[in-house]
Design a protein around this ligand. Structure first.
Ligand code: NAD
Length: 498
C-alpha cells in the first residue's frame, strides 16, 4: 500500500472521498511511490465554500499586512528549500539543482508580491470638474483559481497565487495529478506564514474537478497553464461561465543562429536549453535554425559529440545534466515523434530512444536526440514534442529564419544569437512571438516584468505576474465625487465638467 494524498481545504489536509486515485511515480525507478485522490464536484464545492468564507476578511485586511504574510512565506519556503526540492525532483524527475531553480523562480514572484501596497495604489484627479474629484482603485475579484501543469509544480502555482492572494483574493489551486506534493506543501507553508484558513486551498483532481471550478459561479477568474487544447477548452468554457480567464498553452521555441554568432557560446547555450529538464519546459529550445551557407554543418559538428555525451542520471543527482522524463507514457509519446520525424524525411543524427541507465532499468529515461532538416510541412515540427529532442530547421537567410517562428502555430519564446545589433533589433521588432531572447536562450522575464506567449501559446490578453498579473487579479473601480456646499439644481444633459 502506498501513501494516499488528499486535498488542502480551509487550512487543513483532508482525505479524498471519491475513491478515484491517480498513481504518482518515481520517474527514476519507475515505481509508484504514492497516489493522489481525484476530487468530486462536492469536494471542489467545499473548497470554494472555504475560499468564499475567507474572502471578506482577507480582502479587507490592509495590503501591508497581506505583504507581511508574503514576506514570512518567502522565509519559510527558503528554510524548507531542501525538502521542497527533493519532493519536487522525486515526483517530476528533474535534477535537484533544477528543482531548486523551480522553487527560486516562484519565490521571485512572491518577492514581487511583497510590494503589493505600492502596486495597488490607485489614481486620483483633483478638481476634474467644479468641486469634483475622480479617483480609481483596484479591488480583488473574490474566489479565484489556478490550474497548473506538471512541469513547474512550485514556480507556476507561486506565480499565480502569490500575486492573486497579495491582491486580496482567495485561491484554489488545482495542480497536476502527476506531482501534487509540492503545491500541497506550499499551502501548508502559507498557513504557517499567517494566511487565514481558506485563503489558499489545493484541490487535486482531473477534468471533473476542473469542470466544477469552471462551472461554480463564485469562482471569478481562472489562470491556466498546460497544453494548448486544454488551454483553449478552459478559455472558452471559462468565458462562457462569465469568468476572467488567461490560459497559457504549449510551445515550440526556435533559436535563430546567424552566421556571425559566437559558435562556442551558441552550442553551450543550446545544449542546456534544448536538453535541460529533459526538454520538459515550455521555454525549452526544441528547434535550432542555423542561417546561411555552412552554419548548419558547423553547428552539427560541434553539437553532435555534446549530445552523445550528455550526463543522464537519477533525479536526485547534483551533477547530471538531465534526469528521467515524468512518465513512461511521455517517453512513448516522444519516441513516437522521433519515428514520425524519421518517416517525414528528417536525418537522425543522434538517436536517444534506446538509452537505459544502469541500475535504473525501469526508470523513464531517454537519451538526447538530434534531428536535421525539419521542414514547416512536417507534423513533428509543427507539434510540441516536450522531450530531449532538438530539431534543426535550416534557413537560407534572415527572412527565411524570421518566417519560421513567426508562422509557427505556437509563439511562446524565441531567441536569436548574433553579434549584429541591428539584425537582432530588427528580429525582435518583427518576430510574431511573445518573448524574445537576444543571445539569451531561455528568455523567461524577471518577476517584475511579465510572462506570456502569443498565438496558441496564450489565450486571453493579460500576462502572468508583474504589473499585468496585478491587473489580471483585480478590477478597477472609478469614483467621481462631489461635496457640494449648496444644493445643486437638476441636470438633464450629460455632465461635461466643462
Ligand atoms: P496538461 O494540459 O496535460 O495539464 C495541465 C492541467 O490541466 C493539469 O492540472 C491537468 O490536470 C489539467 N487537465 C488535463 N487534462 C484536462 C482535461 N481534459 N480537462 C480539464 N483539465 C485537464 O499539461 P501538462 O502535461 O501538465 O504540462 C505540459 C504542457 O504545459 C506543455 O504543453 C507545456 O508547453 C505547457 N506549459 C506551458 C507553459 C506556458 O507558460 N505557456 C508553462 C509550462 C507548461
Amino acid at each position: 500500500m502506498v501513501a494516499e494524498l488528499g486535498h488542502f481545504i480551509n487550512g487543513k489536509s483532508v482525505s479524498g472521498t471519491s475513491g478515484r486515485l491517480h498513481d504518482i511515480f518515481n520517474p527514476t525507478t519507475g515505481e509508484v511511490q504514492r497516489s493522489v485522490a481525484l476530487a468530486t464536484r462536492a469536494e471542489v464545492t467545499k473548497a470554494v465554500d472555504a475560499a468564499q468564507e475567507a474572502f471578506y476578511g482577507w480582502s479587507t485586511t490592509n495590503p501591508q499586512k497581506r505583504a507581511r504574510v508574503m514576506f514570512k512565506f518567502k522565509e519559510l519556503v527558503e528554510k524548507d528549500m531542501d525538502n521542497l526540492a527533493k519532493l519536487l525532483s522525486s515526483e517530476h524527475g528533474k535534477i535537484l539543482p533544477d528543482a531548486r531553480g523551480d522553487v527560486i523562480r516562484g519565490l521571485d514572484v512572491i518577492e514581487f508580491a511583497c510590494g503589493i501596497p505600492h502596486l495597488l495604489k490607485g489614481e486620483y484627479t483633483e478638481a476634474a470638474g467644479s468641486g469634483i474629484d475622480v479617483y480609481s482603485m483596484r479591488q480583488p475579484l473574490g474566489v479565484v483559481s489556478g490550474i497548473t501543469p506538471f512541469n513547474f509544480p512550485a514556480m507556476i502555482p507561486m506565480w499565480m497565487f502569490g500575486v492573486a492572494i497579495a491582491c486580496g483574493n482567495t485561491f484554489i489551486n488545482k495542480p497536476s495529478e502527476k506531482d501534487p506534493s509540492v503545491p500541497l506543501r506550499l499551502a501548508e507553508l502559507m498557513m504557517e506564514a499567517g494566511a487565514p484558513e481558506g485563503v489558499l486551498n489545493v484541490v487535486n483532481g482531473d477534468k471533473e474537478a476542473v469542470d466544477a471550478i469552471i462551472e461554480d459561479p463564485r469562482v471569478k477568474a481562472i489562470s491556466f497553464v498546460g497544453s494548448s487544447d486544454i488551454a483553449q477548452y478552459i478559455y472558452e468554457n471559462g468565458a462562457k461561465n462569465n469568468k476572467r480567464v488567461q490560459a497559457f498553452g504549449g510551445a515550440k521555441n526556435h533559436m535563430i543562429i546567424l552566421p556571425d554568432a559566437d559558435m562556442d557560446n551558441v552550442v553551450n547555450q543550446l545544449i542546456g536549453s534544448a536538453y535541460g529538464s529533459a526538454g520538459e519546459r515550455c521555454m525549452a529550445t526544441p528547434v535550432a535554425v542555423p542561417v546561411g551557407e555552412g552554419t548548419a554543418e558547423t553547428l552539427i559538428s560541434m553539437l553532435k559529440p555534446k549530445v552523445e555525451s550528455l550526463r543522464i542520471g537519477p533525479s536526485m543527482s547534483e551533477d547530471s545534466d538531465l534526469g528521467p522524463m515524468v512518465t513512461a507514457a511521455q517517453c512513448e509519446r516522444v519516441a513516437g515523434y522521433i519515428q514520425m520525424a524519421v518517416d517525414e524525411g528528417q536525418d537522425l543524427i543522434v538517436d536517444g530512444r534506446d538509452f537505459t541507465l544502469q541500475g535504473y532499468e525501469n526508470g523513464f529515461f531517454m537519451g538526447g536526440t538530434l534531428l536535421d532538416n525539419a521542414k514547416p510541412e512536417h507534423k513533428s515540427y509543427r507539434e510540441e514534442i516536450f522531450g530531449p529532442v532538438l530539431q534543426i530547421a535550416r534557413a537560407a537567410n534572415f527572412e527565411e529564419a524570421l518566417a519560421l517562428p513567426s508562422n509557427h502555430q505556437y509563439g511562446n519564446g524565441v531567441a536569436i544569437f548574433t553579434r549584429n545589433g541591428a539584425a537582432a533589433r530588427e528580429f525582435a521588432a518583427r518576430v510574431n512571438v511573445g518573448m524574445v531572447g537576444i543571445n539569451v536562450p531561455i528568455p523567461v522575464p524577471v518577476a517584475y516584468h511579465t510572462f506570456g506567449g502569443w498565438k496558441r501559446s496564450g489565450f486571453g490578453d493579460t500576462n502572468q505576474h508583474g504589473p499585468e498579473g496585478v491587473k489580471f487579479w483585480t478590477k478597477v473601480k472609478t469614483i467621481t465625487q462631489r461635496w457640494p456646499e449648496d444644493v445643486q439644481g437638476s441636470e438633464f444633459v450629460i455632465p461635461t465638467m466643462g
